[in-house]
Design a protein around this ligand. Structure first.
Ligand SMILES: NC(=O)CCC(=O)C(=O)O
Length: 260
């Protein structure tokens, strides 16, 4: 399965410009890289221009557009996350679409990141993420700061996920946290982790990219630089079962002794 991570800059508070960029980059990922799964970063429509969300967040236009994009290129489109308004609330929502354009997944970020003032402008989701079918295998997605909560990735693994996506806008100076956490989630859950971070300046933050695809053994199969690029990797999801048989962590767990 060929996966492409779109490591892009995000124009601060300019959804139309970002939509055009996404359209071009998805096309490149498919036509130049031959990707079958394309992954976008967090809040790619607005960036962290949170004070203007009322004006710039999506109001229902992007979901049909993303679905058409998936259908046009016959890909699984892990559409990172978008800022979207529903009723009086604004959410940070991840959508995934199948090659026939159908919506496979929706998850609204549960853990809002106070250091970037998310909790002042966004509402948290009220449900955890459930896995979805990515061809023959199950996958799931969390969003950025969620990766600090091991319960999120473990819930997806227990729900059958062999691969977890982590769309992000993760800035300096926490590159070491980003690398360690993504590798840790991959090793402890014996799953692939595809973590897609943006690059460039957004407000006061400088985002470092370093998008990465980590295998269930913790090896980083590919890692981005701090520039815009498309990172493409072929993954064999069958590896998950082989590693789970070799070190049977999921058989050896003793949940009755854990405090949740
Ligand atoms: N957008 C985010 O959730 C950022 C999370 C982050 O930077 C962190 O250190 O955690």
């Amino acid at each position: 399965m060929r996966i492409a991570a779109i490591q892009m800059d995000v124009a601060f508070g300019q959804p139309k410009k970002n939509q055009l960029q996404v359209e071009n980059k998805v096309k490149q990922a498919v036509q130049r890289e031959g990707a079958k799964v394309v992954v976008l970063p967090e809040l790619w429509n607005t960036g962290f221009d949170l004070a203007r969300l009322e004006e710039i967040a999506d109001r229902g236009e992007l979901v049909p557009w993303l679905s058409q994009l998936a259908l046009r290129y016959e890909i699984f489109l892990v559409a990172g996350s978008i800022a979207e308004i529903e009723g009086s609330a604004c959410y940070n929502t991840c959508y995934v679409f199948a090659p026939d354009g159908s919506q496979l997944f929706r998850y609204r970020k549960l853990h809002l990141f106070r250091l970037m003032k998310e909790e002042q402008f966004l509402s948290p989701g009220d449900q955890g993420a459930k896995s979805f079918s990515l061809g023959q295998h199950q996958a799931g997605s969390i969003i950025c700061y969620d990766v600090r909560f091991p319960e999120m990735a473990r819930s997806l693994a227990l729900d059958g996920a062999a691969l977890m996506f982590v769309p992000a806008q993760w800035p300096h100076p926490r590159l070491n946290h980003w690398r360690i956490l993504n590798q840790a989630r991959a090793v402890e859950n014996q799953m692939f982790v595809v973590a897609v971070n943006r690059v460039g300046q957004g407000g006061k933050d400088q985002f470092f990219g370093h998008s990465m695809i980590v295998d269930p053994w913790g090896n980083i199969l590919a890692e981005g630089t701090e520039e815009e690029e498309i990172i493409t990797v072929d993954v064999d999801l069958g590896e998950v079962e082989r590693i789970r048989n070799q070190i049977p962590v999921f058989k050896d767990r003793v949940p009755s002794c854990y405090r949740l």
